[in-house]
Design a protein around this ligand. Sequence first.
Ligand SMILES: [Zn+2]
Length: 470
Amino acid sequence: MTASAQAAPYYHRSLDFEALCKSYPPAGDYLQTVHAMSRDELRSVQESRFLAQMKRAWQVPFFQHHWGKAGMQPGDVRSLEDLARIPPYTVHDLRASIERAPPFGDHIGIDWETADPMPLLLQTSGGTTGLPRPMIYTPQDRETMNILSSRRLWMQGVRPFDRVQVALTLGLANGGLLGREALWKYSGAIPIMTGSGVVTPTRRQIEILKAWGTNVLVAFPAYLRHMALVARDELGLEPSRLGIKAVLTHLGVDSRERLEELWGAPVYDCYGTNECGAIAADCEQRTGMHVFEDAFAVEIADQESMKPAAPGEKGTVFLTTLFKYAAPVIRFDSGDVSAMLAGNCACGGTHMRMDRIFGRNDGMIKLRGVNVFPEAVGAIVDRHANCNGEYVCLVERKGAADDDEMTVLVEKIAPELEGQGIEQELALRFREALGVKLVVKAVGPGETESYTGLNRTSKIKRVIDRRKSA
Ligand SMILES: [Zn+2]
């Protein structure tokens, strides 16, 4: 090892921060510049970044392997037009990459043996079963992601000296800590990192919110709902009078209106992954999430045929980054289902807009030949006036596959409420909306928690498929 290889790499020397902020304007600077750029200008920025990203990706063993198998040559891709010719990959390919080159996989293009030292970070996906998926970030990767998150914060009303309470899991999962970095470095607001209900119990979250004057909340929808109900029912505090001016979340198919009513504040959606950071975010209009197109090329297509979906048509989201160094992402099949929206946005932003995330292809349950998204079940439960929005789906095999049964446990808003009416009404609505008969069982408040892990984690479990262990 050489002497220089032993020297510690200082973060503040690892990057030209000013140049980065010019290339990727953060927060309010973004809204005044890149957000309203003409489509032609935006396309030319994308083109040059895409070619640079391809060049870097060819240095990464994962892509050499994946593209080589498909007979691709470095000269084959000459512009964004050629993106459609690149073979996509999925999370299964990433798992294979980790097996081939443990512990992090050969999609991380940094060789510890030969690379110059640089400050690196590791964070992961949320992870449901098994080890979560790790991702390594170089300073360029991380700071660009912080900047993208800061744009989201600013678009959604966060301003200097705001007190932003982040009730997301802190630790390996990327979301909460990325939020802290963006808030702290690029917004001027003060992050209050209460974490999930395990780190700071819900009652204490509310006490802190009130005592320290939190005015912006960041959390997943189920926990936002839970917090509001604990405030109202256990502490006698009306959540809509607690002074919250904005609620930032990943909405999915949860009801925006219901959360807005509870908190008395606008609720903003965002889409992101641990590999990419914030990809798209609601503007003040809340009519679809603008993709940060100077940092990503996002496609929505049919997962099997790869035919691009027309505006408004649902398809799978395929992600390509334009800024990453350690692990570029080129046509990653995210498994998330959404749609592109047509028309211009009243905010003046030129970047294309995505609809909400309707669910995940791999979260889909096949029940007696019908595809059921658990998120769609949740959206129906959430709209029932006598349910508090909490639910869990239990799938069982009773005999042959034709007899598979799904029981939806839903929580009543109060234990003394009679359950039979709720059960019949919801069963009818499921049948109408999903085209399949489900069994509904109404239980008391808090009774689905042992299945979902609501108070313990941000990665809430909504499906227990007992067919898989049978
Ligand atoms: Zn807009």
